[in-house]
Structure formats: C-alpha cells, structure tokens
Design a protein around this ligand. Sequence first.
Ligand code: SF4
Length: 321
Amino acid sequence: MNPQINTTDFNERPFIAIWEVTQACDLACVHCRASAQPDRNPEELSTDEGKRLIDQIAALQVPVFVLTGGDPIKRPDLFELIEYARSVGVRVSLTPSATPLLTRDVVVRLKEAGLARLAVSMDGASAETHDAFRGMSGSFARTLDAVRWANEIGLPVQINTTFSRRNINEIDAIVGLMEKLKITLWSVFFLVPTGRGKLNDLLSAEEFESVFAKIYRLSRTASFDIKTTEAQHYRRYLLQQRVAERKSEQSLTRSTNGQSMRSGGRHEVSMMARDSSLSLTKEKYFPVGFFPCRRATSESKGWPKSIANPRSFGIYATPRS
Ligand code: SF4
C-alpha cells in the first residue's frame, strides 16, 4: 500500500489528481466514459497550460498525478510534460491505450522521461473478450507486451479492469491472470453508465457482491495492492467480513478521515473524494470522474482551491493563457 495513503489529509488535498490530457484515442471501447475519438480536441490544454497545471499540482503536493485520456500517447508533447513534472517533483503515472502506438521504445522513453508507473487496461482474460471490449484486435496481446516491457526495464505496472455484464463471467480467469503478472496494483473499476457505457451493462447487486467476495479473498494472498473505484459499498463489505471473522478491533484500522480501511490483506478502497479528475478541454471539467460540469468563469476560483475541498464537489477551473 502506498505509505502516503494514511498520512494524506483529504480535507487538504485529494490522494490522486487525474488529468485527461486528450480526447484522442484509436480504440473504441464499449464503455468509454470519455467518448474518445480518433483526433485531438482543439480545446485541449496547450503544453504551456499543461505545465501551469503541473505547477499547481506540485504546489498542492498531490501524492499521485495521473496522465490519462483518451490515449495520452496521442499528444506529441507527452514526454515533455512528464519531464517537466519530474523537474518540479510531481510523481506521474500514465494510462496509455494498448494500440500500435505503444511500443517497447515508447515504454523505454517514458521511463527515461521520469514516468513512475505505467497503467494498462485488461478487461478480459482472453484476447477474444478483451479485444471485443476495446474495439481493436491485437489489443490484448499489446497489453501483455507492455507489461513485459515495463517489467524488463523496472517500471512499476498497474492493471486497470472495468467489470460489467460483459466480462463478469470471466472474473475467475481474470483474477488468475492478475496472479501470474508482475504488477504493483490491480485497480478494479465498476462500470458507470455514462459516455458510451450502457445501463444494461451495469452489474446487479448480487454480481457486485460476488466480485467483492473474490477481491476480498484475493487481497488476503496477493503480492500486489488492490484498489476499487465506484465501489464505495466495498467498505461495507469489508466491515461485514471483519465482523463475521470475529477479528479484534485492532485489526481494523481507519485512515485519518475514515475513507480508507485496511484489513489483513492489501486493500486500497477508493472514494470519489479521494480522486479528482481534470478533464479534457479548457471549458469542461469533472469535479469527480463522472459528473461533467462547465468550468467556473472566475479565474479567482482556480481549481487548486476547489480541489483542496474535494467534498464540496466544486467546479474546477484551470488558468487560461
Ligand atoms: S482506451 Fe480509454 S479513452 Fe480509449 S476508447 Fe478505451 S476507454 Fe476510451
């Protein structure tokens, strides 16, 4: 578990800030929240605006800063932004899409630029399932390649998996795959029907519980951390398990604000208020990942102030050039 998880005051800053650097992506995932498209949005932040954003992340001392998209590799200034972040002391993770743009050379260059962690998506235990999810054949093989390349050069790897009705039947095989791969974190998302995500693909209450049970069991033995997103009720599940197991009160440790719980295994329980997404254009922002809002018009309401009060669900605004 990241040691800063229990020392970060979430009233002062989120644990993770996520910048969606571009809307461009060559995949066509069935659940894409960003409604990604092949070309970049002309309203995306410029390189200079991005650096000013990174300056503010540095000033706020957010423990984890994620560059995502779309596919961040579609931005030609990606390496420059990562190098800049490193120069001002910001730790960067990246979520590239598994397309032909993601090559071994790119992974090596990312590490040289200062990338701290590579996060790739895996939504099935087979090429058939994963590639159908991602809308491109070869994406599953490319994902495994990326994990291997990162392992070879000592770059920590995170796997992101989104569970929905489309892959719930493969959960045991996916868990088995996670146990075989050399990863630092398995980040488990639960589909939210927004963007291209469909209501019909949402898990039922019973299916949520069955995924929770498997995550919980895995967490007792896994060599990697597990983080959930859009599963606030996993905290309730953890509590029930602890009670059922008649463990002592000392085995249940609350984080300083009660938003993270750790039991005997390797858990990180994600809450919306712990994450803050800064989305793709100069005009539109996401106080949390799934609620798009128009930006605040007053420059005096700069987003760092809002992000510092994540529970307010304030509207973030970045400076204009
Ligand atoms: S890789 Fe990400 S950004 Fe690209 S289509 Fe899939 S979900 Fe959307």
